[in-house]
Write a protein that binds this ligand. Structure first.
Ligand SMILES: C[C@H](O)[C@H](O)[C@H]1CNC2=NC(N)=NC(=O)C2=N1
Length: 95
């Protein structure tokens, strides 16, 4: 069973993810990505989707044209886990 990050671990993780916002109500993290156009946005989503399948860890996201709004949370622990941090870091790398 995957565990929620402690307050200390979450603070440390968030300092390494400066473009992400912590939603305290859900204990999730969110970030909005903007790309040059839809093709770039969808290429990003494709990379993220392939990794998500591999990790069995799927983003909540919303796309319009060049904008992708992402929310990461671990349903299994109803909050933020190491898996969300790993996915966020990978998404930052893909963008
Ligand atoms: C059954 C399946 O393994 C689970 O539902 C996985 C799939 N993808 C998931 N994705 C996310 N973001 N959180 C989860 O807890 C999660 N659990």
């Amino acid at each position: 069973m995957i565990e929620k990050l402690s307050d200390e671990a979450r603070s440390a993780a968030l300092s390494g993810l400066p473009d992400w916002t912590h939603d305290a109500e859900r204990d999730a993290i969110t970030r909005q990505f903007r790309f040059a156009d839809f093709s770039e946005a969808f290429a990003f989503m494709t990379r993220a989707a392939l990794l998500a399948e591999k990790m069995d860890h799927h983003p909540e996201w919303f796309n319009v044209y060049n904008k992708v709004e992402v929310t990461l949370i671990t349903h299994d622990c109803d909050g933020l886990s190491e898996r969300d941090v790993a996915m966020a870091k990978a998404m930052d790398g893909f963008a």
